[in-house]
Design a protein around this ligand. Structure first.
Ligand code: 9D3
Length: 221
């Protein structure tokens, strides 16, 4: 999968070079292309934002640099073009499964008060939010989306992790333990050291159910 990310703050995306996504890029499973919108401005002072028509607080990102960037990167509209926006539909796992089927994604990150509406009307397929709280821009939401979609690209994480996840079908996770066997007087539950896989699976399922009832009863309905 190829993912183009358009932003005024490309350095924020260095986080995507770490850990699982860093490895996935080195292995060629995903290509993440972070593009500085400012590289496409035709303004002699490299300006990319301006005051809103009609007045009001803050700045609005100008349409020209964004439009030129999108036309250069995706001239034939082969990518699913997404604007990360507080007005978008809240991202849920079902949408993640839908997006992983795409060959290409193009993610537009707004900053300040957002982008000129005409860019959305002309170029954007859909708007996605990551939840009901206020952030400073679309960069962190874009990283959230890249992270959760990339996990399902073939070869990015082990199939056994994905199998475990599907067996937990919508429940919260059971408690995990590693060495040492006793830490500050607290012992690892005996069943996990029994070697009886059926018993371990049953215990984990029971724990997952209890934890879900306690913290997220809405998930059981
Ligand atoms: C307080 C400013 N608001 C005035 C009506 C609008 C506003 C514009 C831009 C609020 C936040 C932002 C920056 N946020 C995003 O670009 C954003 C976001 C978010 O804030 N929360 C959850 N998901 C997303 S996706 C993009």
């Amino acid at each position: 999968m190829r993912i183009d990310i358009l932003t005024l703050f490309p350095e924020m995306f260095s986080a995507l070079g770490e850990s699982i996504l860093g490895r996935a890029q080195k292995a060629g499973k995903i290509q993440i292309n972070v593009v500085n919108i400012r590289d496409y401005t035709e303004d002699k002072h490299l300006k990319c934002d301006d005051y809103p028509f009609g007045g009001g607080a803050g700045m609005v990102m100008m349409p020209q640099p964004i439009g030129s960037a999108i036309e250069a990167l995706d001239p034939e509209h082969k990518a699913r073009r997404i604007y990360l926006s507080p007005k978008g539909k809240t991202l849920v796992q079902q949408k993640v499964f839908e997006l992983v089927e795409e060959e290409r994604l193009l993610l537009l990150c707004g900053h300040y008060e957002g982008v000129d509406q005409r860019v959305l009307d002309l170029y954007i397929d859909e708007e996605i939010s990551i939840g009901d709280y206020v952030l400073t821009g679309g960069e962190l939401p874009a990283m959230v989306l890249v992270d959760c979609v990339s996990r399902y690209v073939d070869g990015v994480i082990s199939t056994s992790s994905l199998v475990d996840e599907s067996f937990s079908d919508g429940l919260l996770e059971y408690p995990q333990y590693t060495r040492p066997q006793v830490y500050k007087g607290l012992a690892v539950p005996e069943v996990l050291r029994s070697g009886d896989h059926a018993k371990v699976d049953a215990w984990r399922r029971e724990q997952a159910l209890k934890i879900t009832e306690k913290y997220r009863p809405d998930l059981l309905k």
